[in-house]
Design a protein around this ligand. Structure first.
Ligand code: NAP
Length: 229
């Protein structure tokens, strides 16, 4: 059975991806900081291993890596857990250095640390690293600076790891999605017109199946045509 590690599997895109991988027979290790929400998200699934914790915590990174080591291989590593930084989003002049570093620890440093710990199992399986990026990584929007710079760093770090370690590596912008994170970014706005995270998962899987060269991609470019009812 192929093995995946998907961070942030208790909600949003991570949860949708874990559910689909489970349906397809994968063994999935996943996490989230809220233990009850994580347990609820994976309840009733098959070979899914929930490991509650914060991706930025080195002890938790070790705990995830122990589960992967026990499984012996890692076909897919998805860096999905992410933070917007201090809310409401605000201009850079209102952020402290600690605000920036805390945001980047979760969004950029943690994925590198976690990847390093599971490199042996990625090598065994010729595994793929997929980091969830954002249009913010390449565009410049007011109040998005901390998050955006973290995503730009994540793109660069992911693709550099790919080159250094001989792994397939993708930084993928999923596009806007109707999730808690998106609502947090636009408080008070009706975000019900945004696509569901479930609708993005087939695009991610299509990209993974096609195995294009390592690089930065938009999920929408891999959208799977809907079969008419
Ligand atoms: N939604 C969008 O419109 C959008 C657009 C572009 C890119 N993205 C990217 O797509 C990815 C998924 O976003 P989403 O909207 O699905 O997010 P979401 O709905 O907020 O879900 C985030 C998931 O990650 C977990 N998480 C957050 N911080 C964590 C941490 N420090 N350690 C462990 N788990 C953590 C959350 O659980 P806990 O809170 O319990 O930890 C939750 O399970 C993110 O990388 C995001 O930056 C989203």
């Amino acid at each position: 059975m192929p093995v995946a590690l998907v961070t942030g599997g208790s909600a949003g895109l991570g949860r949708a991806l874990v559910h689909t991988l489970d349906q397809q027979g994968w063994t999935v290790v996943t996490d989230g900081r809220d233990p009850a929400r994580l347990a609820g998200a994976v309840a009733g699934l098959g070979a899914v291993v929930p490991v509650p914790g914060d991706v930025a915590d080195p002890d938790h990174q070790e705990a995830l890596a122990r589960e992967v080591a026990w499984l012996g291989r890692l076909d897919l590593l998805v860096h999905n857990a992410s933070t917007l930084g201090p809310l409401p989003l605000r201009p850079l002049r209102e952020l402290t250095a600690d605000d920036l570093l805390t945001t980047w620890r979760t969004n950029a440093a943690a994925p590198v640390a976690l990847t390093r710990l599971v490199l042996p199992q990625l090598r065994v399986a010729a595994g793929v690293v997929l980091s969830l990026s954002s249009d913010a990584a390449v565009e410049h929007h007011e109040t998005w600076g901390a998050y955006a710079a973290g995503k730009a760093a994540l793109d660069h770090l992911t693709l550099t790891l790919g080159v250094e370690e001989g792994l397939m590596a993708y930084a993928v912008d999923p596009g806007d999605m109707r999730t808690t994170m998106h609502q947090d970014a636009f408080p008070g706005e009706d975000v019900s017109d945004r696509p569901t995270p479930e609708s993005v998962v087939p695009s991610l899987l299509a990209l993974l199946a096609a195995r294009p060269p390592s690089g930065r991609y938009r999920a929408s470019a891999w959208a799977v045509a809907e079969v008419p009812a």
